[in-house]
Design a protein around this ligand. Structure first.
Ligand code: IVH
Length: 707
């Protein structure tokens, strides 16, 4: 019967026949996708395949009510109405540490050996594969059915791009093999060079701006609000990692890659196992020679420890795994003219000199500005306006001036004089002792600092408000709509004014207000990071959130620490002499006196406290979820390891204790809860006994943590 229907002209189909035909087409096209992508063995010609898809689409156009949930054209349809919904990753999407030369690679292997306490003769296998210069993506399958695709975002939360990813030919709707009920496959989406060129040719013909490089083109294509446009861009993917998994699927990274292939995911054919640093370095050389012939951009290699039990033990530091590293290719260089040095004022008042260059293409990207870091750097390299310079650009790093070609220097050139006043607000600019940075002392009276702080506040890792980027902040501030962070959450009261703005319709205003509303609830760690305190990045934001738990607790502890510091401003070495709150702050992993000082200085400025209080009224700042610490026994306790541990390395002991919620410190004090001693303990064990602190053997420690 189906076959008969297949022959019926589309405009002759009854509704019942159309329904049946759509079911058949969904099934048949799905089968062809599978044989093409999983088995690399298409059974029909491209033209026949296209005809099937076209027939499907036309029937759907005639019977829109009948469009199936698993329709092949859902892969090319379903425009998202506005923006992308946010998706919280069940397992964070991580970044990677970098190795720039052979020594860094040797050190990566050595570090793993030390951490795991492996003997010199124990072989460490790593899976090595190209690092694709694309966008990371997480694909979620539930019971073998494609359920969700999300971008990396800040690693914790990305954007829902399911409709767009569904248009990708390489991604199946259904996995035919038996897979865990929840399967998150991660990888990199990219555009091949050939596709990139033809997209740009088309854009140039249509008078549209061309993309600077394949990565930008891929990003632009994936983050399209209209997925029919995405569908016209032949995005591809390499799968290489996993997120949430219903059950374990492999014991090694390599086995995992083989499973991915079996399930039909594209896996990079250049992946190999390397058995030593030398082996990895040789592989790096081989791939760098091959690089120019690849049809896609790569910016280095990635090495991942093959044994998953080792990966598990190695764990993470901050956002990067200890068990993986990116081995970058050397930076690309180019020669150009430095026309002018301008000074940029950052959100913390830092004056950064910027080289304004005659635009030049470096590694596929047009570069017109490069950072000059600070006054010392300009002086050391004697960089002057009018100089011909060599610039370099590596990956996502801001381009740098590496060298001045002094024989090309104009005769009338003069050394650059760094300003001693802020070019934006005229306040005195000072350089603190031991600091390379010269800072504007204007604080929030400096319009540039104020603006940069607002931009930081809405940036991707901070409040990340859809439709409210740096450009909007520029305009809104100039128009007096937004002056402080709190004003953003009062924008709805100004909706009449917004609606009258040029180029803004009701829809864009409604969308903006809706996305601001979405962000009225915000995790504490993001809130702290968004404030833009000097030195407080995302990792510190998280540490502070975890430690203090709630906004109120954090603010009142910081006020106390501020009072303590104000009455004892000079103590540099012993925070405990400053006071309990200050000392507790310095004790948090990764925070020392210098960072604590920046935090208390921030809290000590009344305007900053006003900003926080103003926000607290209109926001719901979520308490930090405490990590699953399993054994409550040592959570929150302070532990010191001393002597040489025999069953586990010091680094692994520390990491395990921290993962269970303990704090590991280097010296014994009355605040220490346990001292764990290995062989030949020294004075720390004695001091512990004197203070009456429990001293544990390695065995006792293992029992305590339930290992
Ligand atoms: S592994 C936990 N493998 O590089 C390990 N990443 O700089 C997660 N990337 O965010 C990453 N190719 O987007 C891995 N073969 C590859 C990769 C790769 C590209 C990207 C990925 C990651 C970024 C880190």
């Amino acid at each position: 019967m189906s076959n008969d229907i297949a022959a019926v002209a589309i405009d002759q189909l009854t509704e019942a026949q159309a329904k049946e035909e759509l079911a058949r087409l969904a099934h048949e096209i799905g089968e062809h996708d599978r044989s093409y992508h999983q088995d690399d063995a298409p059974t029909i010609s491209d033209a026949e395949y296209d005809a099937l898809r076209q027939r499907n689409q036309k029937i759907e156009a005639l019977f829109p009510k009948l469009v199936r949930k698993d329709s092949p054209s859902v892969r090319v349809g379903a425009a998202v109405a506005s923006g992308f919904a946010k998706v919280r990753h069940a397992v964070p999407m991580l970044s990677l540490g970098n190795a720039f030369d052979d020594d860094d690679v040797q050190e990566f292997f050595a570090r793993i050996r030390r951490f795991l306490g492996l003997g010199e003769d124990e072989q460490i296998d790593v899976v090595a594969e190209p690092k694709i210069d694309g966008l990371s993506i997480s694909l979620r399958y539930e019971n073998g059915e494609f359920a969700l695709a999300a971008t990396r975002g800040d690693g914790q939360e990305g954007e829902n791009v399911t409709a767009n990813v569904a248009t990708m030919q390489e991604i199946s709707n259904t996995i035919a093999a038996a897979v865990p009920d929840v399967l998150e496959v991660r990888g990199e989406v990219y555009l091949g060079h050939t596709a990139f060129r033809s997209i740009n040719e088309q854009r140039a013909q249509d008078g549209e701006a061309t993309f600077a490089n394949p990565r930008n083109a891929a990003a632009g294509s994936l983050r399209q609000l209209d997925s029919t446009i995405t569908a016209q861009r032949p995005l591809q993917m390499f799968a290489y990692a996993w997120g949430e998994l219903g059950e374990p699927v492999a014991e090694t990274q390599w086995e995992f890659l083989q499973s991915l292939k079996r399930w039909g995911f594209p896996v990079n054919p250049l992946a190999e196992i390397c058995t030593s640093p030398e082996d990895a370095i040789a592989y790096h050389k081989k791939i760098s020679e091959l690089r120019a012939d690849l049809d896609y951009d790569i910016d280095g290699l990635v090495y991942k420890v093959n044994r998953l039990d080792w990966q598990q033990r190695l764990g993470f530091v901050s956002r990067a795994p200890r068990w993986a590293i990116a081995h970058k290719f050397p930076a690309e260089k180019a020669q150009t003219v430095l026309n002018e040095i301008t000074i940029q004022v950052g959100r913390t008042g830092a004056l950064t000199p910027v080289a304004n260059l005659t635009p030049i293409t470096v590694g596929g990207v047009v570069v017109s500005r490069a950072t000059l870091h600070n006054a010392d750097e300009i002086e050391r390299k004697d960089i002057r306006e009018g100089d011909t310079v060599i610039i370099q650009r590596a990956g996502d790093v801001i381009p740098q001036v590496v060298e001045v070609l002094s024989d090309k220097r104009p005769d009338d050139s003069k050394p650059f004089t760094f300003p001693d006043h802020c070019p934006e607000c005229g306040s005195v600019a000072i350089r603190e002792p031991d600091e390379a940075v010269i800072r504007c002392t204007g604080g929030l009276i400096c319009p540039a600092q104020k603006l940069e702080r607002l931009k930081h506040f809405v940036s991707r890792q901070a409040f990340d408000i859809d439709g409210l980027g740096g450009k909007h902040i520029d305009a809104f501030q100039a128009e007096g709509l937004v002056n402080t962070p709190g004003d953003i959450f009062r924008l709805h009261e100004r909706h009449e004014t917004l609606r009258q703005r040029e180029g803004w319709g009701d829809k864009s205003v409604d969308n903006l207000i809706a996305s601001i509303e979405q962000r009225r609830t915000i995790p504490l760690e993001r809130f702290i990071y968004a404030l833009g305190i000097r030195q407080v990045g995302q990792a510190t934001g998280r540490q502070l959130a975890l430690h203090y738990g709630s906004l109120n607790a954090w603010v009142s502890a910081m006020q106390q620490a501020t009072n303590e510091r104000q009455s004892n401003p000079d103590e540099q070495k012993k925070p405990e002499l400053v006071g309990d709150a200050f000392s507790a702050l310095c004790d948090i992993d990764g925070i020392g006196v210098s960072m604590a000082d920046d935090i208390v200085q921030f809290i000590g400025e009344p305007q900053n406290l006003e900003v926080i209080e103003d926000l607290a009224v209109s926001l719901n700042v979520e308490d930090a979820a405490q990590p699953d610490t399993g054994s409550a026994e040592i959570a929150g306790k302070t532990v010191v390891f001393t002597g040489s541990l025999e069953t586990i390395s010091r680094a692994e002991a520390k990491a395990t204790a921290e993962a269970l919620g303990a704090k590991v410190t280097g010296s014994v004090s009355k605040k220490t809860d346990y001292v764990v001693v290995g062989a030949d303990p020294g004075s720390k064990a004695t001091k512990a006994k004197d203070l009456g602190i429990p001293v544990l053997s390695e065995d006792e420690w293992q029992k305590l943590i339930g290992a």
